[in-house]
Write a protein that binds this ligand. Sequence first.
Ligand code: NAD
Length: 262
Amino acid sequence: MTLPDCKPLVDLSGKRGLVVGIANDHSIASGCAEAFARCGARLGASYLNEKARPFVEPVAERLGIEWLAPCDVREEGQLEALFAEARERWGGLDFVLHSIAFAPRDDLHGRVVDCSADGFGAAMDISCHSFLRMARLAEPLMADGGCLLCVTFYGSERVVEHYNLMGPVKAALESATRYVAAELGPKGIRAHAISPGPIATRAASGIDRFDELMERAREQVPERELVDVEDVGALAAFLVCPAARRITGTIIPVDAGQHLMA
Ligand code: NAD
């Protein structure tokens, strides 16, 4: 049998993707954007605000991201404007990556039992409800179907020391992902939550004793090596590509096997 003249399995040429969550080169969103770009995707991305912009622009330039727009999901109208920009430039979207999270420091560093209603609400709004808003905004732009990705962590399922408030928030994000997949599935829109092992990023540095968490992970994982943003990007590129069209609603670990260990 001879193979037909075919393209690589993970081929994103011509696909239009929106990446939300690049803070700098170390961001998980940057690793994903790099993988999307290497597979041929056209990309737009956001930066949080003017202070963040100088750190995001070089990443965008390096990866050939076509356009950038500001997006703080807590600023009225900015998320809507981001999707409107995608519609104006491209007329639609094929995939979206939500790679953002935030919790106020005092609430994050205390016991979950003690967290304030305001802190809990802010963490849920930025880290979880924004994914639902993105799904709603993406829906009319994905006339030919598409894929929505978000990024979660194992602290949603098990109590991970110092992960605290983000545990219940990520549990909600994972559940939201399943409902998005079920509700938008009839339109050919898929949804997944990628669950990476610990990676040293800016957001991660806000978690108390994160270096210890990384060390523990390194000792636990079968391969004795931690994952990096490239590993997450490889999975993300596969999930959004047409070859993954029958896979939806999953919470997929990319954690070098840490989830296996007691
Ligand atoms: P990062 O600091 O590089 O990215 C976090 C992003 O969230 C930043 O770009 C920041 O601007 C954005 N953000 C925060 N508040 C926002 C707001 N109000 N509006 C819009 N954007 C906002 O860190 P990261 O580790 O790459 O985090 C990306 C995602 O990965 C998060 O959901 C995080 O919980 C998740 N995650 C990280 C790890 C890890 O170990 N680093 C592991 C599992 C999951």
